[in-house]
Design a protein around this ligand. Structure first.
Ligand code: NAD
Ligand code: LMR
Length: 326
């Protein structure tokens, strides 16, 4: 049976995340080894030459699944008939900045691209926003694409989820693949809340396996929250290969399923857990059959509530700062 190629838009194609991401997509890491792909690459006019260079390298990999590549500086061309969109293009922060400092620099990009998404994409396209501040950019994108289903626009919390997995696995002396039901709630910012309350390691409660609540509160939570800054400090540039990997994990699970496990996704709030409706907030979801379901009905204790309130308050502040674009 012939499998139709999937059209995948990627913005910021000349940038450092895409230098890893594009090769992984072309290798079949999102849709699988039986599905051809067509890449629709967007970047600014001044970056077109660099994009052409990246495409030369894609060609030189001779990926069997890569059917075609479109290079453009026009969002409507990039988003035409897409099945999936990776919204990476935007300015990264540098040392000393918080991600929210990028709000004004990057908000306008997502307004313009929201309109183009609305005009050009298939209604069932799956969208992930990676460009920072990812949650609020995703909200701007959704607000400017009123004819496009908001549930198909998501923000990336998966890098934070993966970071937390490794920190817990190292501390607990278990494999990352033995940990389940972990979640990172809230904003992709230092206020994010890596929550171990329901997590298990090899079937046992993770808090019991680690047995050190002080380490969890005073070390794990801030380490995960500030990991992006630690990487900028060490590398002199923001995370790239790990960010690309997280975007692949997020989209692959959304398309193929998360095997009953929880994953963290920034999705538009329906009011669950007291999170104001419409905020793009990291929550636990289970992916199956090409869609996701938020995990409902969790009992939230006082510590969790305090951590959730803090990160949600920051998302509300960000929303209020860009209210003119919503
Ligand atoms: P980069 O500067 O290397 O690349 C960004 C690219 O976007 C450049 O090629 C630039 O020309 C392009 N661009 C800028 N404005 C554009 C527009 N309007 N349309 C299309 N392309 C545009 O940056 P990077 O390191 O690849 O990071 C990209 C973004 O991802 C940054 O905002 C960064 O902070 C963010 N990021 C998010 C996460 C996350 O977990 N959510 C992780 C890492 C990085
Ligand atoms: C990250 O978490 O690595 C990215 O969001 C980049 C940053 O600015 O921290």
């Amino acid at each position: 049976m012939t499998v139709e190629p999937k059209r995948i838009a990627v913005t910021g194609a000349a940038g450092q995340i895409c230098y890893s991401l594009l090769f992984r997509i072309a290798n079949g890491d999102v849709y699988g080894k039986d599905t051809p792909v067509i890449l629709q690459l967007l970047d600014l006019p001044q970056a077109q030459k660099a994009v052409r260079g990246v495409v030369m390298e894609l060609e030189d990999c001779a990926f069997p699944l890569l059917r075609d590549v479109v290079i453009t500086d026009d969002p409507a061309d990039a988003f035409r008939d897409i099945d999936a969109g990776f919204f990476v293009g935007s300015r990264p922060r540098t040392a000393g900045m918080e991600r929210r400092d990028l709000l004004n620099a990057n908000a306008e990009i997502f307004r313009t691209q929201g309109r183009a998404l609305d005009a050009a994409a298939k209604r069932d396209a799956k969208v992930i926003v990676v460009g920072n501040p990812a949650n609020t950019n995703a909200m701007i994108l959704a607000a400017n694409a009123p004819g496009f289903p908001t549930e198909n626009i998501t923000a990336m919390l998966r890098l934070d989820h993966n970071r937390a997995l490794t920190q817990f696995a190292q501390r607990g002396g278990v494999g990352v693949d033995e940990i389940r039901k972990l979640v990172v709630w809230g904003n992709h910012s230092p206020t994010m809340f890596a929550d171990w309350r329901n997590a298990t390691a090899a079937g046992k409660p993770l808090p019991d396996v680690i047995g050190d609540e002080t380490w969890y509160r005073d070390t794990l939570i801030p380490t995960v929250g500030k990991r992006g800054a630690a990487i900028i400090e060490a590398r002199g540039a923001s995370s790239a290969a790990s960010a690309a990997n997280a975007a692949i994990d997020h989209m692959r699970d959304w398309i193929k399923g998360s095997d009953g496990d929880w994953v963290s996704m920034g999705i538009s709030s329906d009011g669950s857990y007291g999170i104001p409706e419409g905020l793009m907030c990291g929550v636990p979801v289970i992916c199956a059959n090409g869609s996701y379901e938020r995990v409902q009905g969790l009992e939230i204790n006082a510590f969790q509530q305090q951590m959730l309130d803090r990160t949600v308050a920051e998302l509300v502040e960000e929303r209020d700062a860009v209210s003119a674009l919503l």
